[in-house]
Design a protein around this ligand. Structure first.
Ligand code: DGL
Length: 280
């Protein structure tokens, strides 16, 4: 690869699996010159039922690894990991630029006309302080209906985002919400945009679906600009994909979800640390 001048350090990103790719594609579309390093912790997917303490420990291990690999900014395209770890990561690494996520209750509350908003997120996201704080700040006067869509992340990881089980889970969540006057749905888990068509099919054309990916991409761009971290090239950025699970499975998902042929590298957990070396 040709040597580049200026700040060409990569942007780190991670999720329990392929969900974060729904955000990564928006960031890459906005910042085509940046290089990325994407870690999918598929050895531990789904994060949703694991609880705040375990997801925090996993997230901290991944962040350490991304920093060792030279990441200049870390985006957490995972609501669950953000709920569990964003606060403690900012405290541990003061001044380091992190971009996290929280369910987009704010734009939903601004746009709803019926005042009934559905939030689809994981149990750990609903448990966290970030969610409590967005509800407190922006949820006043709005009826928030929540559902954790148990099993949906697993279906998406298995390549069945539009299969019958994903449809059943989503119908179970959304049909009762529609009966209560739902007009806005917050996609509060980054896996769920990959089930967009199934969701659209269930709720119809008149319900607004809020995917926060474009807002996250704008925030990443803003922080890079503020920190003087932009890659001098304006095009041709690359992405390295790494997984703690099976690289072949991830490769297949990249092909189906992003229409992309890419190599996937295997990384390993060893004593709560991530390493590229099988024997730790
Ligand atoms: N994609 C993640 C999120 O945004 C995690 C889903 C999971 O692993 O349960 O919450």
């Amino acid at each position: 690869m040709a040597q580049k001048s200026g700040n060409s350090a990569p942007i780190g990103a991670f999720d329990s699996g392929v969900g974060g790719l729904s955000v990564l594609r928006a960031i890459r579309a906005r910042l085509p010159g940046e290089d990325f390093l994407y870690v999918a912790d598929q050895a531990h997917v789904p994060y949703g039922p694991r609880g705040l303490a375990e997801v925090r420990r996993l997230s901290e291990g991944i962040v350490r690894f991304l920093m060792e690999q030279g990441a200049e900014l870390i985006v957490i395209p995972c609501n669950t990991a953000s709920a569990a770890a964003l606060h403690s990561l900012r405290a541990q690494y003061p001044g380091f630029p992190f971009v996290g996520m929280e369910p987009a209750v704010k734009p939903a509350a601004e746009h709803t006309e019926t005042g009934v908003v559905g939030v689809l997120a994981t149990p750990t996201t609903f448990e966290g302080e970030l969610y409590a704080s967005v509800v407190e700040r922006f949820g006043g006067g709005v009826t928030l209906l929540q559902d954790a869509c148990p099993g949906l992340v697993g279906e998406i990881e298995a390549g069945r985002a539009s299969g019958p089980e994903a449809r059943r889970i989503l119908r179970q969540a959304l049909v009762p919400m529609l009966a209560q006057g739902l007009d806005t749905v917050v996609l509060g888990c980054t896996h769920y945009p990959f089930a967009f068509e199934t969701i659209r099919d269930i709720v119809g054309e008149n319900v607004r679906l809020i995917d926060p990916a474009p807002a996250i991409a704008r925030r990443v761009e803003q922080l890079l600009n503020e920190g003087g971290l932009r890659n001098p090239q304006t095009d041709g950025g690359t992405t390295r994909y790494l997984t703690t699970g099976d690289p072949e499975v991830m490769k297949a998902r990249l092909k189906e979800l992003l229409m992309m042929e890419a190599e996937v590298e295997q990384i390993y957990w060893s004593n709560h640390k991530l390493t590229t070396d099988k024997h730790g």
